[in-house]
Ligand binder design. Sequence first.
Ligand code: ADP
Length: 178
Amino acid sequence: MVEVSIQNIQVELVRGDITQQPDVLVIVNAANAQLETGGGVAGAIHRAAGPALAEECKPMAPINPGEAVISSGHRLPNGHVIHCLGPVYGVDQPSDTLLADCYRNALLLADEYKLTSIAFPSISTGAFGYPIEPAAGIALDTIKNTLPRLKNIQKIRLVLFDQSDFKIFEEKLRALKD
Ligand code: ADP
């Protein structure tokens, strides 16, 4: 785990599973447009939350790339889930702006709901094909640039499934601090 404080907000990197973060109030789903279960993060979140999550989400679907919507957490240890649709790399354009929109909109939505801690997976870097290096840079730059707008959030965690992804996020985070 790597932990830094930027503008008095704790930013953490951990290796692990987004569904196993009981000490944060909201987790972010790398969702599909229909807000249904699927592979990767969405599959893990819907399995852990139970079928009531998809039921609750149905009226909010479809969502657009860059958009974020909020639901409750059902059987997850977290009270809420924020569902973001990342861009399909090279298809939803401009991919960099749309990816940044995901992180910014998720943070602003959590803050609006007065949720003080949030955990993100690496959005778009699985099935949606976004290369991890630029995606990590966009994630961390957007988080940093959004911090001055946050009134309630105290802790932001990025949960990386793979050790190699973790390393890349770690390098980018250290560069961000300097
Ligand atoms: P997208 O469709 O937005 O690309 P994916 O769910 O396919 O989303 O993958 C996003 C990233 O999340 C990938 O880097 C993948 O390795 C990682 N990942 C997959 N399952 C989990 C999980 N349970 N917890 C955290 N990260 C995960």
